[in-house]
Design a protein around this ligand. Structure first.
Ligand SMILES: Nc1ncnc2c1ncn2[C@@H]1O[C@H](COP(=O)(O)OP(=O)(O)O)[C@@H](O)[C@H]1O
Ligand SMILES: [Mg+2]
Length: 485
């Protein structure tokens, strides 16, 4: 059984704190040059290799210690005489004392010291310096100096149990070396380690610089992220305030407006006495403008409901043909006044869709009103409904309807021959309050809310709305598509 050498010590396993500490000191190495540590510069494997190759070359045990006394690498062999003395009580104690002294031995300012053993053997303690700083030490030994020819008295009297013959037999098995040879070995070892330290330092600096720059970019990113989140939250809050404001104001405007409309209607009907033609005309204008204002307020209310997600649909079966006819008849008088031809074109059969008839009417009224508004005299506005069909057999196909086409969607086109919308504007017109001509001097009235409401209501019905130039060469086409399922 081999007795453990007193040089042995339990392996230290790095924990999170020691790693953090190491990072910290490595960063020190980068920034201030303080706290540079041997174990940060070279890995233990490299040190181990150096120790092994020196041991193989010269046969003298080598150990490398960090400045804090931690052993980093070694290449050793049990010495027969040492193992023998370890088996004796006093011998073992003396051995332990020697090793402790050697381990704690300071190579001093010259960086070179020796420590004798009572066996006559020697230890050489050499400082490991880098960049003017002591990072650790190398211990060479034990080795037997050439001049020790016989078993010294100090060995024989160390323990009453020492057998002189045994000691005489075992001591010469220790590697022998001349002092100047050991000096050369030590110098050589120092030079090799210096080289390793230099390249290790360079690698450490590079990796630390990289680490620092990554950390810095990460920190910057985090900061920007935080700012973005803050702005986003602020915007969300503003948006909410705006919606609240819209809802409140619209509601408060509607109440008095209802009275204005009601009283002007009573006046024009002569309930408060008959009016002369001029008075009748004035009251008519009050009513007309009041209706416009009411429509505007309704749009604002719809918009805020759509934004807050509180608009609900009264779903039912809707015949789009009826809706389109109704829209056309509503706008016919205005179209006539303007000299614009308004027509509705329907296929012989149009399937019903699920939806809110009143809201769908609003959609097509908005689109048709726009078409009429942006079309000059002698132009035309057409409401055209078609079905999209598929000849694919349905999944539950039984065979004999193989070639019958099934409608898969209803398309409604609102075509006009008006001023048209430049392609670059087509993506923006569905935004709330957006108008192509947003100037205060623009010719056409409106708030820019119509299309935004149209888009949202259509989407609530599972449909979509797109805009294109009119193939007729002038004007615009809005296409609303409702898939049938
Ligand atoms: N048929 C159309 N022809 C030309 N421009 C249109 C047409 N429909 C909409 N637009 C453009 O889109 C803008 C937004 O329309 P809309 O949301 O209905 O708002 P508003 O009608 O209140 O201006 C209009 O101001 C106009 O610039
Ligand atoms: Mg409009």
């Amino acid at each position: 059984m081999s007795t453990p050498s007193p040089f042995d010590e339990p392996e230290t396993i790095p924990n999170a704190r020691s790693i953090a500490k190491r990072e910290e000191s490595a960063l020190d190495a980068l920034t201030l040059g303080h706290g540079l540590r041997l174990e940060d510069l070279v890995d233990r494997e490299a040190l181990s290799e150096v120790c092994k190759s020196f041991f193989m070359l010269f046969g003298i045990p080598v150990r490398i210690y960090a400045q804090d006394g931690q052993m980093l690498a070694d290449a050793v062999q049990d010495q027969a005489i040492c193992s023998y003395l370890q088996g004796l009580r006093d011998g073992r104690a003396a051995c332990g004392a020697t090793v402790a002294a050697v381990k704690g031995g300071d190579p001093g300012p010259t960086g070179d010291a020796t420590h004798p053993c009572f066996t006559g053997a020697m230890y050489r303690i050499v400082g490991l310096d880098y960049d003017g700083r002591r990072l650790g030490r190398v211990i060479l030994g034990p080795y037997l100096p050439l001049e020790v020819k016989e078993v010294p008295r100090s060995l024989l009297k160390i323990d009453s149990g020492v057998d002189p013959d045994k000691a005489k037999e075992l001591l010469p098995k220790m590697p022998r070396a001349r002092a100047d040879t050991v000096t050369r070995i030590a110098k050589h070892l120092q030079a090799v380690l210096d080289l390793i330290l230099f390249s290790g330092h360079r690698a450490l600096l590079t990796s630390q610089m990289h680490l620092a720059s990554v950390r810095e970019s990460y920190r910057e990113l985090q900061e920007r992220n935080l700012k973005l989140t803050e702005s986003y939250e602020k915007l969300k809050e503003l948006d909410r305030l705006k919606s609240n404001f819209l809802a409140t104001v619209s509601h408060e405007l509607r109440t008095p407006l209802t009275s204005i409309l009601g009283y002007s209607e009573m006046l024009s009907e002569g309930i408060a006495g008959s009016l002369n033609p001029e008075q009748l005309e004035f009251v008519g204008t009050i009513r007309e403008k009041g209706e416009q204002l009411l429509a505007l307020i309704k749009s604002l209310l719809d918009q805020s409901k759509l934004e807050s997600g509180t608009l609900s649909l009264a779903m039912g079966d809707v015949a789009l043909a009826d809706v389109l006819r109704d829209v056309a008849s509503t706008l016919l008088p205005a179209a006539k006044r303007k000299g614009v031809e308004l027509s509705v074109k329907l296929p012989p059969y149009l399937p019903n869709i699920r939806g809110d008839a009143e809201r769908l009417r609003q959609v097509f009224l908005n689109l048709a009103e726009n078409a009429l508004k942006f079309t000059e005299t002698s132009g035309s506005v057409k409401l055209i409904a078609t079905t999209e069909t598929s000849t694919e057999p349905p999944e539950d196909d039984v065979g004999f309807v193989l070639f019958a086409s099934r409608p898969t969607a209803i398309l409604v086109r609102v075509e006009d021959t008006g001023i048209g919308i430049p392609p670059s504007e087509r993506g923006k017109i569905f935004d709330a309050f957006y108008q192509v001509d947003g100037s205060s001097t623009r010719e056409h009235g409106g708030t820019g809310l119509g299309l935004s409401i149209v888009k949202r209501i259509v989407e609530m019905h599972g449909g979509s709305v797109t805009v294109d130039a009119n193939a007729a060469g002038r004007g615009t086409v809005f296409t609303v598509r409702f898939p049938l399922n």
